[in-house]
Design a protein around this ligand. Structure first.
Ligand SMILES: N[C@@H](CCC(=O)N[C@@H](CS)C(=O)NCC(=O)O)C(=O)O
Length: 219
């Protein structure tokens, strides 16, 4: 087996890459990294000193591929499957990339900021940063609510890398800033993503770890 994925089952950006693997039944070896364990952390930092996962190692091509979007692009290029996560049509592909960026930068990262703040020591919280993240998330949700009022997936009928990005971003965003009432179309899209077999599988595999997800009370 030439593909090895460094990941953690709870990590939202890893969910994004896992969806891409499961959509096309692409074989790979999952390598769970416990960053809290010094030797596992050191081993992972030797692969990718930035220390963020997912990271893909392809022994057969001697390539190390970090960044969830780039992993999806790499799979689409070198290990394509039935589901074209990066559409062949260049305009559609650009649109998929734009939406992928949108979910990462304006939904996923603000959500991470809010969760990350819960993990900070008592005297190291960043209320201003969290307030900014919440405002950013609200604007993004307002924009997406309009988009998703008439679409099944982020691009319309075509499931793409943008949906891989959307799934964990919206799954966890609703946990930190619930939007079922305020953004019903977006919430319905979140539920569709959760029912998609690829993401349902990711969530089932993450289930044993959800107790580690910090709640607001953990601050
Ligand atoms: N831009 C990166 C973000 C990856 C990322 O933030 N990963 C988180 C887990 S969801 C991580 O590795 N956190 C560990 C850390 O920052 O120490 C991507 O798209 O892969």
């Amino acid at each position: 087996m030439s593909l090895k994925l460094y990941f953690h089952p709870l990590a939202s950006f890893c969910h994004k890459a896992l969806i891409a693997f499961y959509e096309n039944d692409t074989p790979f070896v999952p390598h769970l990294v416990d960053l809290g364990e010094p030797s596992a952390r050191a081993e992972f930092l030797a692969v990718w000193p930035i220390g963020k996962f997912p990271v893909l190692r392809d022994e057969s091509r001697n390539e190390t591929i970090p960044e969830s979007s780039i992993i999806i692009e790499y799979l689409a290029q070198h290990y394509p499957g039935q589901v074209r996560l990066v559409p062949e049509d260049p305009d559609l592909a650009r649109n998929a990339r734009l939406r992928d960026r949108f979910f990462d930068l304006y939904v996923h990262e603000p959500m991470q900021k809010i969760v990350g703040d819960r993990l900070r020591p008592q005297d190291r919280h960043d209320p201003h940063g969290v307030e900014h993240a919440r405002a950013q998330l609200r604007v993004a949700c307002d924009m997406l609510e309009k988009d998703m009022s008439a679409r099944t997936w982020a691009l319309g009928n075509h499931f793409s890398m943008a949906d891989c990005a959307a799934a964990p971003a919206l799954f966890y965003a609703d946990k930190v800033q619930p939007f079922a009432e305020s953004h019903p179309h977006l919430f319905a899209y979140r539920q569709r993503l959760m029912q998609r077999p690829s993401y349902a599988r990711v969530l089932a595999e993450a289930q044993p770890y959800f107790a580690l997800f910090p709640s607001d009370d953990d601050k």
